[in-house]
Design a protein around this ligand. Structure first.
Ligand code: NAI
Length: 342
């Protein structure tokens, strides 16, 4: 019998902006590691809109339906008008209800040494459902704007159960549910109420506390180590995870996993960074760490651990960091340095 690991088909989106550069860097590390992925490359986002006239081609959806696994570079979404976010559409299409965003101090000289939290963001509901419109008055077509947030008890229950089970599986002791139930009494009130209800079944095993989002944002910059797991709604999770990335050294270091029952998509927290695209400046760490999460998701724990350790050793040395962390290396040279650490 051969010891060669089974090949794993995986959809790959190089993405927009810095996407192709950080994807190339990540694939080189995965290749050097001997990761058993068979890549199915697809396009989506601004690149696909330009080339194919569709930011989310059917072929991309169909491919994920088959592989049930994707590694995705960032995709550009036009601001204010234009097509709806492809990221949001992918999460909806595959019911990727849990967005898991680990935030951990990785740099020995970082301002906060003791951040080691997992932020779980409800990934399908809230204000991201796209139910919004303008109401024209007189000759002003944008006189009034309305947006509706939608959450169902079932979705709140599903993300709460996911979070408590994650806590048990990964030895986490405390979940902080973050809401704005003093103002958005129905939308985030339902979230809080349901999480508390689910939390009762975990009493004595996982501690549950709650914070209003503005207080949580402030507490994060004063004493982030107090948080173990944060569970929050879609928009608060989007904002707070960028804040957490800032605490640990920046967006270049923050990975993410979008998990559903039938598929999982791994991507960096950051966007397509058009300001530095095509300049060999981007830090590929966040996508590399997302790939390490993907290896672990595929039960390749040894390979995931090796990849993460090589990344940590590389960014631990100021001489082998990218420019966003004050180092001298470009994207490609950083990948070489990680490969040398494997
Ligand atoms: P962004 O995350 O792309 O960039 C914010 C700032 O962080 C920029 O100054 C950028 O240069 C820097 N930065 C981001 N990633 C970096 C990296 N790996 N290395 C070094 N510096 C890095 O956010 P922005 O500018 O608000 O969004 C740009 C586009 O990305 C938008 O179209 C947005 O919709 C999209 N986006 C896509 C996401 C996804 O695909 N999951 C997530 C967030 C935004």
């Amino acid at each position: 019998m051969s010891n060669t690991p089974a090949r794993i088909p995986c959809t790959l989106f190089p993405g927009d902006g810095i996407g192709p550069e950080i994807t190339d860097a990540t694939l080189r590390v995965l290749d050097a590691l001997g990761a058993p992925f068979d890549w199915h490359e697809q396009t989506a986002g601004a690149g696909a809109a330009e080339k194919l006239g569709d930011p989310l081609p059917d072929a991309a959806i169909e491919d994920i339906r088959q592989t049930r696994l994707a590694l995705k570079g960032p995709l550009t979404t036009p601001v204010g008008s234009g097509y709806r976010s492809v990221n949001v559409r992918l999460r909806e299409a595959f019911q990727l209800y849990a967005n898991v965003r680990p935030g951990r101090s990785l740099l020995p000289d970082c301002k906060f040494h003791d951040v080691h939290l997992i932020l779980v963001r409800e990934n399908l509901g809230g204000f991201y459902v796209g139910v919004e419109h303008f109401i024209p008055i007189g000759d002003d077509p944008h006189a009034v704007a309305e947006a509706t947030g939608i959450l169902t008890r079932e979705n709140c229950r599903r993300i709460a159960e996911f979070t408590f089970e994650y806590a048990l599986k990964h030895g986490r002791r405390k979940v902080t549910v973050v809401h704005k139930a003093n103002i958005l009494k129905s939308l985030t009130g339902l979230f809080l109420e349901t999480v508390q209800d689910v939390g009762r079944a975990y009493e004595g095993r996982v501690l549950l506390e709650d914070r209003i989002v503005d207080n949580c944002a402030m507490q994060l910059v004063i004493n982030p180590a107090q948080f173990d797991m944060i569970l929050t709604t879609n928009m608060f999770g989007d904002i707070l995870s960028d804040e957490v990335a800032g605490l640990i050294g920046g967006l270049g270091l923050a990975p993410a996993a979008n998990i559903g029952k039938d598929a999982a998509i791994f991507e960096a927290v950051h966007g397509s960074a058009p300001d530095i695209a095509g300049q060999d400046k981007a830090n590929p760490t966040a996508l590399m760490l997302s790939a390490a999460l993907m290896l672990e998701h595929c039960d390749l724990h040894e390979a995931g651990g090796r990849m993460r350790n090589a990344i940590l050793a590389t960014i631990g040395n100021p001489a082998t960091r990218t420019g966003d962390l004050g180092g001298p290396l470009g994207t490609r040279a950083f990948a070489d340095a990680v490969i040398a650490q494997l």
